[in-house]
Design a binder for this molecule. Structure first.
Ligand code: PMP
Length: 351
């Protein structure tokens, strides 16, 4: 605290990211990165861009990347906005598109960055409790609001909502922006991107951090109709007119085009998830049904804080949360099968 701080700094609730150990024999299952990848073609493109063009400023419009993403969805490049990770895209969304007086609705439990951004950008918000099974209940969103943001699948529960529910939400709120945060959609969720042309109030946000194995490159994007994308561009141009550096643009284009790598690796992660869920079930865990690259699980006889500490002492990192209702849960990122085997073996010793 300091007398030099502005009032807004006093009111912030900074987001605490998961531990990022530097090196060593650590099994890192705490921040939902891919245990594989990225595509070798992305690495090649990054090396080539480093050697050939790093002395030059990047393309401020990220044209090639936007065209590449847009074409894959049958959209136009002006319906795609790119940024440094979906966290930055979310930041611009909160600034550009959310009504500051009427509350933004999002689930309680949900991505813990949302309240942080609401405080930072002065957006009023109301959290809507999930039900006893930790599911988002559509009828609870039938209330006056300024906008809605939902991760689908939700984080940290991993539970997905069917597309029909998203469509109902869009119809129920024609005058509000509905943001669907699809960070984990490639692991079994249903994407709302095909609805973009029909609903002018829909913005879908995705990332290359998870299913493309590029968390370190920081590339995320939003798709929506032009007026929404134009608002994001205005905020970006008033803040930092270079959306992505040269290496990120080159690597992201190559990663996006490598469909074969993408399909193979997401299938591997889904298969490992199903195997790990069954094994945790055998150990007595209650595991929520996941459509993401992580599992949200609780053991009836041991508090999450104890289990996480026991795992940490065995060099295995998982995520736990201190919020009410979920303080006994562990969120476990899906690793390689070998990493998952070591996790299960560690639980075998601990339990
Ligand atoms: N949305 C959700 C729901 C997330 O869990 C994450 C990852 N922590 C993000 C967005 C941000 O991911 P990135 O900035 O790496 O694209």
């Amino acid at each position: 605290m300091s007398r030099f701080w502005s009032p807004i700094v006093h009111s912030l609730i900074p987001y605490v990211a998961g531990e990022q150990p530097a090196t060593g024999d650590i099994i890192k299952l705490n921040t939902n990165e891919s245990p594989y990848g990225p595509s070798p073609l992305a690495l090649e493109a990054i090396s080539k861009a480093t050697a050939d063009t790093l002395r030059l400023y990047p393309d401020p419009t990220a044209r090639e990347l936007r065209v590449t993403i847009a074409e894959s969805f049958g959209l136009d490049k002006d319906e795609v906005f790119v940024g440094n990770g979906s966290d930055e895209v979310l930041a611009h969304t909160f600034q550009a598109l959310l009504n500051h007086d009427e509350p933004l609705l999002f689930p309680d439990i949900s991505y813990s960055f949302y309240p942080t951004y609401c405080r930072l950008f002065g957006v009023a918000y109301r959290q809507v409790p999930v039900d006893a099974e930790m599911r988002v209940r559509l009828e609870d969103y039938r209330q006056p609001c300024g906008a809605i943001i939902l991760p689908n699948p939700n984080a940290p529960t991993g539970i997905g909502l069917p597309l029909a529910d998203i469509e109902t939400l869009l119809r129920d709120h024609p005058d509000q922006v509905v943001v669907i945060d699809e960070a984990y959609v490639d692991f079994g969720g249903e994407s709302a991107v095909p609805l973009v042309r029909t609903y002018p109030n829909l913005l879908v946000i995705q990332t290359l951090s998870k299913s493309r194995g590029l968390a370190g490159l920081r590339v995320g994007f939003a798709v929506g109709q032009r007026p929404l994308i134009e608002a994001l561009e205005r905020v970006k141009d008033s803040f930092n007119s270079y959306p992505l550096d040269r290496l990120a643009q080159a690597g992201a284009v190559a990663a996006w085009k490598d469909r074969d790598w993408f399909e193979r690796h997401r299938a591997m992660i889904i298969a490992s998830r199903e195997r790990l869920a069954a094994e945790l079930g055998d150990l007595g865990f209650h595991v929520l049904p996941s459509s993401a690259n992580f599992l949200f699980a609780r053991h009836p006889s041991r508090p999450g804080v104890e289990l996480a500490a026991e795992l940490r002492s065995r060099n295995i990192l998982v995520r736990r949360f201190s919020a009410e209702r979920i303080d006994d849960f562990l969120r476990i990122t899906i690793g390689t099968d070998e990493e998952c085997d070591r996790l299960v073996a560690a639980f075998g010793e601990i339990l």
